[in-house]
Design a protein around this ligand. Sequence first.
Ligand SMILES: Nc1ncnc2c1ncn2[C@@H]1O[C@H](COP(=O)(O)OP(=O)(O)OP(=O)(O)O)[C@@H](O)[C@H]1O
Ligand SMILES: [Mg+2]
Length: 262
Amino acid sequence: MRVWAVANQKGGVGKTTTSIALAGLLAESGKRVVVVDLDPHGSMTSYFGYNPDELEHTCFDLFLHKGAVPDGLPGQLLQSTSHENISLLPSSTALATLERQSPGHGGLGLVIAKSLAQLWQDFDYAIIDSPPLLGVLMVNALAASQQLVIPVQTEHLAVKGLERMVSTLAMINRSRKQPLPYCIVPTLFDRRTQASLGTLRVLRDTWPEHIWHGYIPVDTRLRDASRAGVTPSQFDGKSRSVVAYRALLKHLLTQLLVTQVA
Ligand SMILES: Nc1ncnc2c1ncn2[C@@H]1O[C@H](COP(=O)(O)OP(=O)(O)OP(=O)(O)O)[C@@H](O)[C@H]1O
Ligand SMILES: [Mg+2]
């Protein structure tokens, strides 16, 4: 199994959309995918038609055993989605209570890594959607993954948020065996605005080695897909955002080969 986290400490940059778009494309190509919703707001869980306020069993259950993960528990929590190849480990609003705890205390930092280890044979990919703040949940996402995707909205404030995310990553890397490779993905790009064009230029100049050279355009089809509860490629495989996400996926898969060889 390959594990990717999608994270940025800034809110509303397209993390959930990117997680679902990539999962949808992988699923379409026949890969078995588990999507993990670690955001207490549960946007991904809601996207697939579940209510994070009402679900009886969720990711939260994984955190209730002092850092240990009981045998078989992650598999019992899986829910089906609009695509037969995508399973969901759903979120609960109760996850918010964890954010107040320090990951070092109680050994809670590796709960998701341990949970995914139990699902290693059942899935080809895991994609973890993270909350927009640094806490136990984001630490879990980063500790469990082999590749990080950082969606960055192409607007002025985005660069500050990205700087914060990159320094968080440097901190996390100190406790990892290998640094986590990351890929910056410009999102919500509108070629008619100076803010989008200017930010894209700054991103490309500042992080040339980590940026994906395409961008995800603003596309109302993404909102329509979300309303329909299906992945963007299920909704409209030819929309411009899906074309862009397909190019991104190809890049991520190539980048992965490079890091495996290195
Ligand atoms: N490329 C896009 N074009 C148009 N709308 C988009 C695009 N990407 C995301 N959106 C919309 O913008 C909103 C925020 O996107 P999303 O929920 O993916 O961001 P997020 O980073 O996960 O937010 P949060 O930090 O709140 O979890 C959603 O309504 C989504 O449908
Ligand atoms: Mg989100």
